[in-house]
Design a protein around this ligand. Structure first.
Ligand code: ADP
Ligand code: MG
Length: 630
């Protein structure tokens, strides 16, 4: 059958055009990576078909042995990469290679925008690896026949804005990609050069790569994870990581082990050294591929990795699951659950070792993935205890000390003061804002350490963890009574005692004025330079958490707060004195409301009634000016 309809010409999507423009004109020196990307795609295509054939064996039919062949034609100056994988339909060719909005395209463009010598090496990470072929080609032709289909289609482009698709002939299933080398790229016509590239990047590909019809594959074509550790070089681990993770950094940790006993499996897992760009995607999907006896099953085995370890990349190869396991069967599967338990334990213990042996390296890891691990503190009771030892926080005790800025909960407990019963923390938007939060003043004055927490998840885990080493967690915004039990600096204590005496009338007046707006009014020793602050009552929601829940429409009403006064502050002393004079109540009312509003503002809250606020401010200012004038 020959092509029945004329070739159809189509435009690349705009971002793809821009991307191709960069790739085509790149002066990038490691152009050889194009072959890695094509082999990687061919290998993915074989894995996909192998899985599909588990339920539809007719798809592989009489051609069940997967392989990738690479052929060089010196005369035509072409390289052809052929696979007998899943293949693509006409629509898939159009979508996958030219028009669909692949999430990584813009991310990749963003990343290489400024770099003078764009790091095209990373192209595969963004899911646009195919286009690397245009670094070395003046034209690329893709012929594909989907497994199970009779039709074949060809796609062709010179990488300059347009591509064509037309029906074609192809006797076997799979995809055949021919690249027409640019002038000056003749080195890639040398089989030895290609052999070296395959050895360097694709040795770990589990499917044989056959070069120029040779009998022996140019790669080892065995599952790397099944080789003994001492026979695997650091470079081989690295290339394998790059392949499974579509990543191009050096992994922060490599874990390779074999579990034997009740269940048998091999794990080869990597902790990346940079954040994957979709780390906080709501799907919370992990990056560990499931194999059964060396056969790829799926990228998405739910339950194989807890969501709070979703940054992990790599493979788990089970000896116990049946080969024809379907994705549905994997849900709530007891073997999967056991492997999850095993790998979780393994990862946690290796992370503990990492933290112990390399504090600086661990701090970087924590910066990348701490927020994800902390999700486990509140949602995974079984691992809470082990996880709590891995937690690192910024703290008032070490702020600004470079590498040593992060403290562990054990560090904190070791530094607790005489009389201190709880681990104090405060949640807020940023370290800068937290540092100026009035709630910290009294703690600073007494040298009591406070953990500074700035991530969303921080609003939740201290409550779920409840305690560490027998010490409960307490937000400073509600730790009303605690400071008094801890030794006060002598002069502050003295000032407090003296000042506290005169405030009874002021407190009564404020309660009367503010009425239902506050839960209580009282003096506090937590403030040293601010006049007032708002605190949460013992049983109430933390202020920061409550604001978060309100923003996300989880709750409607706000709980009432306690207004606390600093009895050593000049303003409070003055007001207390006035409050004792008869008839002063009226003139103090405006100031009472202003104090309350000020406390809300200091907490990062908004004013409930800005008009009333500005009227009162006006009254007070006029009063002050008149008083001066008299
Ligand atoms: P990625 O491999 O990260 O998805 P690529 O740009 O390398 O991104 O490939 C784009 C898509 O084109 C692949 O996801 C796949 O759907 C399709 N594709 C590329 N090469 C092949 C192939 N040899 N066989 C089948 N599909 C392929
Ligand atoms: Mg790819």
């Amino acid at each position: 059958m020959s092509a029945s309809k004329p070739a159809e010409q189509m435009q690349f999507r705009a971002e793809v055009s821009r991307l191709l423009d960069i790739v085509v004109h790149s002066l990038y020196s490691d152009k050889e990576v194009f072959l890695r990307e094509l082999i990687s795609n061919a290998s993915d295509a074989c894995d996909k078909l192998r899985y599909a054939a588990v339920t539809q064996p007719e798809l592989t039919g009489d051609n069940p042995d997967f392989k990738i062949t690479i052929d060089i034609d010196q005369k035509a100056r072409t390289i052809t990469v052929n696979d007998n994988g899943i293949g693509m339909t006409r629509d898939e060719l159009v979508e996958n290679l030219g028009t669909i909005a692949r999430s990584g395209t813009s991310a990749f463009l963003e990343q290489i925008k400024d770099a003078k010598k764009a790091d095209i090496n990373q192209i595969g990470q963004f899911g646009v690896g195919f286009y690397a072929a245009f670094m070395v080609s003046q034209a690329v032709e893709v012929k594909s026949r989907k497994a199970g289909s009779e039709e074949a289609w060809s796609w062709e482009s010179d990488g300059r804005g347009e591509f064509t698709v037309e029906e074609t002939d192809k006797s076997t299933r799979g995809t055949e990609i021919t690249i027409y080398l640019k002038q000056g790229e003749d080195e890639f016509l040398n089989p030895e050069r290609l052999r070296t590239i395959i050895g360097k990047y694709s040795d770990h590909i589990a499917i044989p790569v056959i070069l120029n019809g040779e009998e022996k594959p140019a790669n080892r074509a065995g599952a790397l994870w099944l080789r003994p550790k001492n026979e695997i070089t650091a470079d081989q681990y690295k290339e394998f990581y790059h392949h499974v993770a579509h990543a191009y950094d050096d992994a922060a940790l490599t874990l390779h082990w074999r579990a034997e006993g009740v269940i048998e499996y091999t794990g080869l897992l990597f902790v990346p050294s940079v954040k994957p760009f979709d780390l906080f995607d709501p799907k919370r999907q992990h990056g560990v591929k499931l194999f059964v006896k060396r056969v790829f099953i799926t990228d998405h085995a739910d339950g194989l990795v807890p969501p709070w370890l979703r940054f992990l990349r790599g493979v788990v190869d089970s000896e116990d699951l049946p080969l024809n396991v379907s994705r549905e069967m994997l849900q709530n599967n007891p073997t999967i659950a056991k492997m999850r338990q095993g790998l979780t334990k393994r990862v946690l213990s290796d992370l503990a070792k990492f933290a112990n042996d390399d504090a600086a390296g661990y701090a970087k890891f924590w910066d990348n993935f701490g927020a994800v691990l902390k999700e486990g503190l509140y949602e995974d009771a079984d691992h809470r205890k082990d996880l709590s030892k891995l937690v690192r926080c910024r703290s008032t005790a070490t702020l600004g000390k470079g590498n040593d800025e992060l403290v562990s909960l054990a560090d904190y407990v070791g530094r607790m003061k005489e009389g201190q019963e709880s681990i104090f923390f405060i949640c807020g938007e940023s370290i800068e804002k937290l540092q100026r939060n009035p709630h910290l003043e009294g703690f600073k004055a007494k040298g009591v350490e406070v953990l500074l927490l700035t991530e969303t998840v921080d609003d939740f885990w201290p409550a779920s963890l409840e305690s560490f080493d027998g010490k409960s967690f307490k937000s400073v915004t509600r730790a009303g009574e605690d400071l008094g039990k801890i030794d006060a600096a002598p002069d502050h204590a003295e000032a407090l005692a003296k000042a506290g005496e005169g405030t009874a009338d002021l407190v009564a007046l404020l309660k009367l004025t503010l009425g239902d707006e506050v839960k209580d009014v009282r003096t506090t020793d937590r403030l040293t330079s601010s006049p007032v602050c708002l605190t949460a009552d013992e049983g109430d929601l933390d202020i920061h958490l409550e604001r978060f829940l309100k923003q996300h429409n989880q709750i409607r009403t706000a709980s009432k707060r306690i207004l606390e006064l600093n009895p050593t502050h000049a303003l409070i002393i003055q007001m207390a004195a006035r409050a004792k004079q008869s008839g002063a109540a009226d003139s103090l009312k405006d100031i009472a409301w202003l104090l309350f509003d000020q406390a809300r503002l200091l907490d990062g809250d908004t004013l409930s009634d800005p008009v009333a606020f500005s009227e009162r401010l006006g009254n007070v200012l006029v009063g002050a000016v008149l008083a001066k004038a008299v």
